[in-house]
Design a binder for this molecule. Structure first.
Ligand code: GLN
Length: 188
């Protein structure tokens, strides 16, 4: 499949490497017309306010919103989770999101307690290693949102239709379970 990776800032190369290792194409996406013909899109971890600003400067906000509305499968990790949230708490001034998942995400929520930590998480019935870096958590979700993982009582992986978001960074581990879930269950 052709899985685009939004490549404005953050750890997009790690996501590209996983998609390539699993036999997919993984073009870097920096322009609206590069969204055409994708089977899926990944929004990486990084700094959501910077990605949002760059997306605005690169005229990508509306094309990505339209692609989401048209049903493109999208997976966001960490900053990517924030960018897929319809509503955020503790965003930077006037921080925009692409939206699509009916949830409230609290930016830097775990990060307020400790900048970076790791822990075992049950993701949709499988145990995986979660890497959290100034990570958000999900404060509340709408009825359409399925919670796939929780950590310390907070949802950290959610799905709504063709949209998937995790607070943690599977791209920084050698376990591709979350990516496989996205590619196999949501993109194909
Ligand atoms: N705290 C970052 C943000 O607001 C996210 C951190 C990350 O992606 N590791 O975007």
């Amino acid at each position: 499949m052709k899985i685009g990776v939004l490549a404005l800032q953050g750890d997009f190369r790690e996501h590209q490497e996983i998609a390539l290792a699993l036999g997919h194409e993984a073009p870097a996406i920096r322009k609206g017309d590069e969204l055409v013909g994708l089977d899926g899109l990944i929004i990486p971890g990084g700094e959501s306010s910077t990605i949002a600003l760059l997306a605005k400067n690169f005229d990508l906000i509306n094309p990505i919103r339209k692609a989401i509305a048209d049903g493109l499968p999208v997976y966001g990790s960490c900053a990517g989770m924030i960018l897929l949230a319809d509503r955020i708490v503790d965003g930077a001034a006037n921080q925009e999101t692409f939206g699509g998942i009916d949830m409230v995400v609290k930016r830097n929520a775990f990060g307020r307690q400790v900048d970076s930590f790791e822990g075992e998480i049950d993701f949709n019935g499988s145990s995986i290693h979660g890497v959290f870096i100034r990570a958000p958590w999900v404060e509340s979700v709408g009825e359409q949102v399925q919670i796939l993982a929780q950590f310390q009582g907070h949802p950290v992986a959610v799905r709504q239709g063709k949209l998937l978001a995790t607070s943690f960074h599977p791209e920084l581990t050698d376990n591709a379970l979350v990516h496989r879930y996205f590619f196999d269950e949501m993109c194909s």
